[in-house]
Design a protein around this ligand. Sequence first.
Ligand SMILES: Cc1cc2nc3c(=O)[nH]c(=O)nc-3n(C[C@H](O)[C@H](O)[C@H](O)COP(=O)(O)O)c2cc1C
Length: 424
Amino acid sequence: MVLKNKKIILCITGSIASYKAVELYRVLKKEGASVVIILSSSASKFISPYIFKSFGEEVYSDDAFEIPLAHIELAKTADAIVIAPATYNTINKIACGIADSLITLTVSASGDKPCVFIPAMNGKMYSNEILQKNIKEMSPEKYFFVSPASGELACGDFGEGKFPEIADIIFELESVFKNNRLKGRKILITAGGTREYIDPVRFISNASSGKMGVAIANEAAKEGANVTLIACNIDFSCLYISKKIKLIRKQSFRDLKDSILEEFPENALLIMAAAVSDFSVKEKSALKIKKEDISPNGAADMRLNLIKNEDILKLLAKNKQDGQIVFGFAAETDNIIENAQKKLKEKSLDYIFVNDVSKNIIGSDENEGYLLKKTSEFSAAATNKSRSEINKKAIENYEQSLEIKKFERMNKTELAELLLAELA
Ligand SMILES: Cc1cc2nc3c(=O)[nH]c(=O)nc-3n(C[C@H](O)[C@H](O)[C@H](O)COP(=O)(O)O)c2cc1C
């Protein structure tokens, strides 16, 4: 809950999308933020201040003279200013340093407090060169922009200018409160479960929802990393994935392996949260298998030929470049730590997170488990020196130099934050 107890000044300017700020307000409150509203004069023609007043909120009009020095007090106490929707008019005014209303004055007095704009307007207005030039010239350390969505606009035109999804706004706002700890780091993450098709409609898979991998991908992107997410059979209708993430969708073990091999060389870190099938179906039937084909003589059983899949992590960890880090996940039901330790060693991983899947973790929003990592000498040698320089002593130390950290049950997003902090 990054936004919990944060004071947000929500400035609503005059757009056909002004009413969408109401939904944003409700989500901000749900996230635990305290919200103060300023309605521009034009916005108050689109929505009534009484919507917010009836929720018990303080609503300011855009008249800076109504409450003298309100702009100073508002700017001083705010953690962030959000302008949603942000009109062509207001963005350009702020960019040029105009301060003729409570909204523009508050921004002018806000020092280094973050200011997040949610532009919403006709596509031609949004692509207008004056606006685009002004946006480019505004300091990226203070002014943040959530790109508008594309599609049919209120005026009937098609283009970029629609008020974005609330989740995109919350993502950006949470990002501004992060520390950019992974700024510029290239991270490859896998999530979900692979499917091995028997015929066009049937497959063998596992129950992985992809929630853990997606949470890590979103948190890493919030911390400024360049994230590539290879998602296997994830239900996108119930999982938010930031548009800042390069998303690759794959289904089978073979697809996933090819994609990882292609992407891995470009990345400094691989986090393998996907549950990969250990076996593939030897021969997928091109046509749907009929019941009569399986048991022509009335036999009750069916035999499926499976072939063992290569261990992707083992393959990558063995061939990684100096400085590349490989982080694996393991799901176990017994001898949790011993089995994870064995995997860490056998697959030459830098980190492994192991969970006890008998604890109702698969598909849940929560997770718990142990992080095992190679420590000190061996890790330092593996990341800073060439592999040939790693002396015998370091390899001996590796046998003993494992650090094990327990993570109590918590929300997958919180766990993702903590695991990434270990890597930052
Ligand atoms: C019906 C109508 C719809 C409008 N929709 C938008 C819009 O979606 N985006 C925008 O930037 N301006 C829009 N405008 C223009 C702004 O309301 C106008 O520029 C106003 O001066 C903005 O003032 P403000 O930025 O202080 O709220 C619209 C105007 C009207 C009359």
